[in-house]
Ligand binder design. Structure first.
Ligand code: SF4
Length: 380
């Protein structure tokens, strides 16, 4: 049996103005060391569990936060601990998230030598003014240099970019896409800005200091970016993700197929043995429980059959391929068309969903309103 493993590194060089993730500004080395010790403890416990279940990690994803705020030495030790403690598949897809301002040549070399074969670079934009507004610590030049440097070391390089940003026009977005595509990434993630309460950017928008593009502009960005990337040879395989053939993110496909995965680290989530688990979000508690030899799970939510079917629709409809009727029947012993008959009829009539006899998927008209379509499959 294969699964996906995620490791959370909750440190960043500084907090970006739009971010509400569970991460802290880079702390002192002693705090980082004590977190890493606890994380290794959790890796040991999960490693034993996975081996006992005859399960290996087909994908391993180090995210955060910013894993590359760790020193080259810490990264090297972390990677070798992953190899030692976790049952990694021979052909493991091993991704590390990186921020261009924290990625040195030494760290790139350490990551590649340690077995990482996929890098996900947080570029977000190539406009210096907007990068500053977003609180990003890197320049456009650093982003370009990081992407080029990574291409020499990793067989798969992904870039994260953002849309619907303050002051961003569709033309500006297309210029950024053209410049990034010219650097030759294998994969692109295009996330529309979500304005989260409590963030510095939210306060700036509320006070009228900056304004966001209106809905029509955000929609035109999505549509024109999509058309542009298709012309550049990318496959649009998930609402926010594009890849050259052979470069889909296998780790994220596990989530979208609603298959089991294991999340390690502060606040990390797992879907394991029919339950959704969430680790504690409190650093002190996290370390305390691991010091006592316990996996620091704070929440356990058993998933009913019905919820699992709904989650399978909610996640699978994000994929352009859609949800496989055959896989659904094999997994649940029931026909998708019977379980969700009402939603399918209604949404097909509206032209938002299509079924070709093998898959149910969003239509081109359904794509821009994907969240509303997907919500139809979730019980109140
Ligand atoms: S680098 Fe990423 S995780 Fe860290 S503060 Fe910025 S957006 Fe959040």
């Amino acid at each position: 049996m294969a699964t996906a493993v995620y490791l959370h590194i909750p440190f960043c060089a500084a907090r970006c103005t739009y971010c509400d993730f569970l991460t802290f500004p880079e702390t002192n080395p002693a705090a980082r060391q004590s977190y890493l010790r606890a994380l290794l403890g959790e890796m040991e416990l999960w490693g034993q569990k996975l081996r006992a279940a005859g399960c290996e990690a087909a994908t391993l994803y180090l995210g955060g936060g910013t894993p590359t705020v760790l020193t080259a030495g810490d990264l090297q030790r972390l990677l070798s601990s992953c190899r030692r403690l976790l049952p990694l598949a021979l052909e493991v897809e091993w991704t590390v998230e990186a921020n261009p301002c924290t990625l040195t040549q030494e760290k790139i070399t350490v990551l590649a030598a340690g077995g990482v074969n996929r890098i996900s670079l947080g570029i977000q934009d190539l406009c210096g003014e907007r990068l500053a507004l977003l609180g990003r610590r890197h320049s456009a030049l650093q982003a370009r240099q990081a992407l080029l440097a990574c291409k020499d070391y990793f067989p798969s390089v992904s870039a994260d970019l953002m849309t619907a940003l303050p002051g961003q026009t569709t033309a500006a977005l297309l210029d950024t896409l053209a410049a990034v595509c010219d650097l030759g990434p294998h994969h692109l993630s295009l996330y529309g800005l979500q304005l989260e309460e409590g963030t510095a950017l939210h306060a700036m928008v509320e006070s009228g200091k900056v304004s966001l593009p209106d809905e029509d502009t955000a929609l035109s960005m999505f549509t024109e970016a999509r058309e542009y990337l298709l012309r550049r040879g990318f496959v649009h395989y998930e609402i926010a993700n594009y890849a050259l053939p052979g470069h889909y993110c296998r780790h994220n496909l596990t989530y979208w197929h609603n298959l089991p995965y294991v999340g390690l680290g502060l606040g990390a989530h797992s879907f394991w043995e029919g339950k959704r688990l969430a680790n504690t979000r409190h650093l002190r508690q996290y370390k305390k429980e691991l010091a006592a030899g316990k996996i620091p799970v704070a929440e356990i939510l058993p998933i009913t059959r019905r919820q699992e079917m709904e989650d399978t629709m909610m996640l699978g409809l994000r994929l352009r391929q859609g949800v496989s009727l055959q896989d659904f029947r094999r997994r649940f012993g029931r026909d998708l068309g019977d379980v969700f008959a009402g939603q399918l009829t209604r949404l097909q009539k509206l032209g938002l969903l299509a079924c070709d006899g093998q898959y149910v998927r969003l239509t081109a008209a359904g794509l821009p309103v994907a969240n509303a379509v997907i919500a139809e499959f979730i019980s109140p």
